[in-house]
Every structure is written in structure tokens, then in C-alpha cells.
Design a protein around this ligand. Sequence first.
Ligand code: PMP
Ligand code: GLN
Length: 384
Amino acid sequence: MKTANSVFEGQGTTIFTVMSSLAAEYDAINLGQGFPDEDGPIEVREAAAKALRDGPNQYPPMMGLPQVRQTVADHHKRFYGLEVDWRSEVMITSGATEALADCFLGLLNDGDEAVILEPAYDSYRPMIERAGATAIAVRLEPPAWELPVQALRDAISEKTKLIVVNTPMNPIGKVFTKKELSEIAAAAIDCDAYVICDEVYEHLVFDGRRHFPLIQFPGMRDRTARIGSAGKTFSLTGWKVGYVTAAPGLMGILSKAHQFNTFTTPPALQLGTATGLQLSDAYFHDLAADLQQKRDVLAQGLAEIGFEVLEAEGTYFLSASYAPLNLDGTAFEVCERLTKEAKVATIPMGAFYENGDGGTVLRFCFSKQDEVLHEAIVRLRNVL
Ligand code: PMP
Ligand code: GLN
């Protein structure tokens, strides 16, 4: 047989699937892959169920159902004061994952460069490479995970077509400050690059911090694609409904990629998402407050065991180093052992760096019921 595509042939199975499978095999609590263990609002699910039952269940419009795109635009106005034209600037996709693929396939050519910030969500690099471009990584380092502005400047060149920013940032739970986002905006403007802003955790921000959409920064309106996800905002990760917002010029090309990628997204799930986007401010407030409390439970438990717990400002994720515990082996081996012996699965931070070196830091997902988090802490304490 002829060889398949070299980018995908060179890939292993994603760390999320690897650790979730191991967790299932050893009956471990799965704090690895990021998903809540309770489904989101019943009214959102009921709206989707009704739409599924009543129909129509045929192809919706390629850009998404008009009323759903309107609720996305209303959401942006409500939370950020951002005015967008739902007709020309909003598109519904099959998850943020598809939206990202649309951006890379729509914008990149052979020989282009795309700057990513590591530790990076695992789909960015392979999809950038499959689109023919080279991913140039800028490393953020623990414990502070500050944006290294000079390294970002050094990474950009006349070949830079786009910069990917993920705020709040998976896997480290960082929420970029206004100052850091201004630095990224300035860098993008200087090299005339697009910015793909993965904001799937926009509503999962803690301790009174604020999420700032980069698309609102001076000079960014026409060069930024903003991506959201119903999966994260409504604790329904299996739904895979995403929404992209971009100025008409940029949206034109993203829609060309979307039309040949998935073309449309299941209409019932779109309508459920529209119900979600219209939930009261209290829903969005409580979502973050609830997760913040879970973060505190896990952070305190891990600190008591002896982990060095790093700050988690947003997302589902907390990172912690096991260095003070003097465990042998690579971080992956430690994760494997903890899954098998303590029956708690986590993810080695190295999985999010191209060179695999994330030191002794592990990522823990805390979007779980309190008793599950408490039980995970007991199990870890017993083994460690
Ligand atoms: N970006 C980041 C940073 C994520 O963590 C995820 C979660 N899988 C996605 C994109 C993909 O979101 P979706 O499930 O909507 O495709
Ligand atoms: N976003 C989730 C995480 O980071 C997992 C998504 C996936 O399994 N692809 O854990």
C-alpha cells in the first residue's frame, strides 16, 4: 500500500484517549480528559430534544440557523459589548475543533508559519501542518506562565500568517491579561497576521477576573477569528457545537473551508445552544462560581498531599508539580502508575509541548462532583 498522509501517519493516539482508556481499564477516577461528570442545563437539553422530535432534521443553512447566529451575536453584546452582524459575521460549526480546522485550512498555504503558544491544545499543531504550514512554538514556563514577549517577537517573521491564542488557556488555566493581549495584538499587527482566538473557556474564569476577547482590541477587528464552544459553556462536551465570529472579509474564507469540511451542524443541537445562550446572567455566574469552588477543593487536597499546586485562573484544569514528592520515572510513567495504583488518571503536561518536556507538572481536571474530587484526593494520599 502507498503511504498515507505524513502528518497524520506520524501521530500517535491523543493523550486524552490514551489516558481515558487507561482510566477505564483500571477503573480509575478520570481527572485526565477534560469533561464535566454532570450534564449541563436541562432546559438546553430539552430544547434540543424537542427540536429533534419535532424536526425538521434536514440540512440547516450552511452558516447555521439564523436564530442561533442571532443568539451568538446577542451573547457577544451582552457579555462584551461587542457588536457583530449575525448575517455576515457569525458561523455555527461542529465544535470549536471544526472552527479551528476551518481557520487553518482556510488561511494557510504551503510555506506559511503559524505561531502557537505552548503548552498548546493538541489539535493545533497537526492541523496547521496538515494545512501545509509550519507551527512555530513559543514556550510559556511554570510556575508563572507569563507571556514571553521577546520570544513571541522572535517567533514572528514575514512568513507568519497567523497566531493562535487560547484564553482562558488549556492546559494551564491561564487567563491572559489585557496587557498580554495587547502585546499579542501589537505583534500580529506588526507582521500583518491573523489571530485565531480560541475562547472556548470564556465563561470559566475565576476570582473576579475578566475574559477579554482579542477581537475588540484596536486594530484586531478585521484580523481576528473568535471561537466559542457550547460544549464548554453548557457542560455538554459531546455536543460539538462551536461558533466563530469574524469580520465579513475573513468570514468569507472560513465559510469556504466550513462548506467542504462539515457543511452544517445538527439543527437540534444548534437550537439547544440558542436556548443556552439566552440563559440568565445567573447561569453564567453560577457556572464559574461552581467550578471555582471545585478548583479550591482539588487545589487544597493536592497541596496537602505535597504537590506544588500552580495557580488556575480559569478553564477546567489545574496544574501541579509532583517534584516535592520525589517520584521516579518520566511524567508519563508517573501518570500511568497513579492511574494503575492510586486509580486516579491525570495528564502529563509534556503532552502539550512539541518536545514532550513538561517537567514534573501534571494536569488535573476538576469539573467533577465534589465527592469524586474528595475520593480522588483520598486515593492519591493513600498511595503517595
Ligand atoms: N480548544 C480547546 C482549548 C479545548 O480545550 C477544546 C476542548 N476539546 C476545544 C478547542 C474543542 O472544543 P469542541 O469540543 O467544541 O470541539
Ligand atoms: N478539551 C479536552 C481536554 O483538553 C478534551 C478534548 C478531546 O478529548 N479531544 O482534555
